[in-house]
Write a protein that binds this ligand. Structure first.
Ligand SMILES: [Fe+2]
Length: 244
């Protein structure tokens, strides 16, 4: 690990251990991120190591975002450092987050659009969004996100070159999934990391098949996180509705 990155992780660990509220953590965390991205030598070192010593690549877990690199996980799970590599003219979906985040433009410009949710979230699958801020972040510039509905946004690389952002996320307040928003259809859906997604798709499929309820109830004896159990329960409801 490059000494600049090591120092960054150490300073961030000291900050999160103070357990201050989100706004203080963000306020104190921003200059620590700014200092790290004032030089790209540590990132060059990281790329060199990751590409030459292939072990780094093998350790990467499949995550929800294929363009995501996990650079560091704090041992106490109080923060996570990621880099996102944005292909030319690529954008992510409008999404929320399970934690606070500090997002820094690192290599080339990236655009961010923030949204405010206008409905009260009580109708499953329904969401109305209003655009609030659109901003192009130049390298070295930073934006922050808050957990859940307070941090809905979308990022886009408007240029014909690769862009990189450095993202630091705090302790997760909602584990297991994010939400994607479709503004035109006024819709919201959960999105899961690849392995969970396969499981959820099978659960939903069992819900629309004959005798699906038996399969689902049988599988529910396994220990499952609450957000997966909710998928089982929704599929059982579908299955009951379809039963002759
Ligand atoms: Fe995001």
């Amino acid at each position: 690990m490059h000494k600049d990155f090591e120092k960054f992780c150490h300073r961030f660990q000291e900050l999160t251990e103070k357990n201050e509220n989100i706004s203080v953590t963000l306020e104190k965390g921003i200059p620590i991120v700014q200092e790290l991205i004032s030089s790209d030598l540590w990132f060059r070192d990281f790329l060199k190591e990751a590409l030459i010593e292939r072990s780094w690549l093998k350790q990467q877990q499949p995550t929800l975002w294929p363009n995501e690199l996990t650079l560091y996980r704090s041992p106490d799970q109080s923060f996570l450092v990621l880099a996102y590599i944005w292909e030319p003219f690529s954008a992510d979906a409008i999404h929320d987050h399970g934690s606070w985040g500090i997002v820094a433009s690192f290599i080339n410009d990236i655009e961010e659009v923030k949204f405010r949710r206008q409905d009260d979230g009580t109708v499953a699958g329904y969401a109305e969004l209003e655009e609030t801020v659109t901003r192009v972040l130049k390298p070295g510039e930073i934006t922050c996100v808050l957990p859940l509905n307070a941090g809905i946004h979308q990022m886009e690389n408007l240029s014909g070159e690769i862009a990189v952002t450095l993202n630091v996320y705090g302790r997760t307040v909602r584990r297991g999934y994010l939400q994607y928003f479709d503004r035109e259809r006024k819709a919201v859906k959960r999105v899961y990391p690849p392995r969970t997604y396969k499981q959820v798709l099978m659960v939903r499929t069992a819900g629309v098949m004959g005798s699906g309820e038996d399969i689902l109830k049988g599988a529910l004896v396994n220990p499952l996180p609450d957000y997966v159990k909710e998928e089982y329960e929704a599929a059982i409801t579908v299955s009951k509705r379809r039963a002759p």
